[in-house]
Write a protein of this length. Sequence first.
Length: 319
Amino acid sequence: MRRTLVCLVGLLVIFGFPLRAPAQGGVTFKQGVLTITQGATKVSLVVDIISCPYTPVTGAQGLGDRSSMPETQGVFCVYPDIIWSGIGMVDVRFPLSLAFIDDVSKERYLHHPQLEIVDIVDTKVARDPHTGPFKVYQSAKPYRYLLEVNRGFFERHNITVGAQVQSTPPLAAAQATVTFKRAVMTITQGPTNVSLVVDIADTPATRGRGLTYRSSMPETEGVLDVYPDITWSGIAPMVDVRFPLSLAFIDDISEERHLDHPQLEIVDIVDTEVAENPHVGPFKSYKSAKPYRYLLEVNRGFFERDNITVGALIQYTPP
């Protein structure tokens, strides 16, 4: 399942590209070559490769404090998973064109993904590049890669949405970088006592991956999203989730929160539907009637089949 976030350009990625000279402040980036192809057009760029959102130092650097960039260069941001976030241009002192890029192959996370530009947006420099106010630039579709070039680059080269992107060397599969811890969860209500094996999604990367791209899930398994604190946010679009779910929003109802042994209870249950196109939508957002800190995702109808309703108690031992 996808979670929304606003990410500034960000972070060093480990792909074995040769290092370039240190950027300002001693930060180094790795470089690669991107080739963009559309019809008879074929353009190559040397790009700084940065990965979001792992390394605050390189993430903060990005294009920050650069006064310009050569026409044949760019910055290529690689995210741990597909996202649908907005981009803020902090400390960027010249206008850019942003190409939001995604893997459009039928099976994602292959060693040779099929990258395509899914949206292009032009930016403006903030009135004060350091303090703002800043505009957030949003893609019309989910994406996993972001290419930043000088504003007008795509227009000058007649490159539009649908252009194909290739990297040298090829981007390796990232699926193995996201791993889940597992735990056993017990749900109790009256005489009902049901146990589940759950994947614990307690980091941005694991919450972002969730059930994405799985075609099914065993009836006795689920995914438990653990948030840093209580929230009342809607669940972001179920991008690339290919089967319907039941969502149990869970909270600690003890008088003193954040104890070593919280008293967890289901505060709301919502059923989801699969989008007409699981990759591009349209998507529906799902919201809890009450604040929550945990979200349990199981096969749709699981709670109804076991007569589990709001008020059921949850027990699990974090791994």
